[in-house]
Design a protein around this ligand. Structure first.
Ligand code: CA
Length: 253
């Protein structure tokens, strides 16, 4: 394996285990251009996603070698990786319901703004996917402005202790999550984990994607990943396990 291949995989492993500092990401971002990076995963409700601004900034949980744990990589890292390369990234959202049905939603030219801009979510357009375009908002039939006020493109990130939404109250506090809240959401993957499909309270604070399942339906599994556009045709496959590098021999982190 050549050096050029080795570096990104090494950094990728560090990112997976949240051992890498923001400054390190900044210094080596040039190497990230070929990396497919999972930045969020929900599987079983074992990690509480009702976290504050700093926790969402730094990240929480961790990604195990067998991909069986829940985590949020951290807004600062997602920002750095998504903005410091000239290659555009695709955001891929993967969903699985309680019957084992799976779907995806892809967005082109995904970027996460800086902390100064409250980690604003932007993308160019919906590329496609069976899950549908919930980030464009959804007409729930409650009000003519539903779709407008539940869209997510251009929204800043909010947490219970930092309200950047368009609602009089605080969507993140009400729904127990950190997210790119509008007033409030049509797609919401950091919500409360319910162990059954439907929220027992009839409250739309679950892990929902309204263009695929109703707002009262909470998903079993979801993940969010970024794929460099030049690897998009590969089907968004992960690095193979045998391509890993033994980074523990290296002493420079
Ligand atoms: Ca507000």
């Amino acid at each position: 394996m050549g050096f050029c291949q080795e570096i990104p995989i090494y950094l990728y492993d560090l990112l997976r285990y949240n051992k890498i500092s923001h400054k390190y990401v900044q210094k080596y971002t040039v190497y990230f251009i070929s990396i497919l990076l999972i930045f969020s995963q929900r599987l079983d409700g074992s990690v509480d996603f009702n976290k504050n601004w700093v926790q969402y900034k730094e990240g929480f949980g961790y990604l195990s070698p067998t991909d069986t744990t829940e985590f949020w990589l951290g807004n600062e890292k997602i920002h750095l990786v998504s903005t410091q390369s000239t290659i555009p990234y695709v955001l891929r959202i993967e969903l699985e319901d309680w019957s084992g049905h799976k779907s995806t939603a892809d967005y082109s030219t995904f970027r996460l703004g800086s902390e100064k801009d409250n980690y604003r979510l932007t993308y160019a357009y919906f590329l496609g996917g069976d899950a549908g375009d919930a980030f464009d908002g959804f007409d729930f039939g409650d009000d003519p402005s539903d779709k407008f006020y539940t869209s997510h493109n251009g929204m800043q990130f909010s947490t219970y202790d930092k309200d950047n939404d368009r609602y009089d109250g605080n969507c993140a506090e009400q729904d127990g999550s950190g997210w790119w809240m509008n007033r409030c959401h049509a797609g919401h993957l950091n919500g409360k984990y319910y162990t059954e499909a439907d929220s027992p309270t009839g409250y739309d604070n679950g892990i929902m994607w309204s263009t695929w399942r109703s707002r009262w339906y909470s998903m079993k599994k979801v993940s969010m990943k970024i794929i460099p556009l030049n690897r998009y045709g590969d089907g968004g496959q992960q690095f193979s396990k045998d391509a890993k590098v033994n980074f523990q021999r290296r002493g420079d982190y």
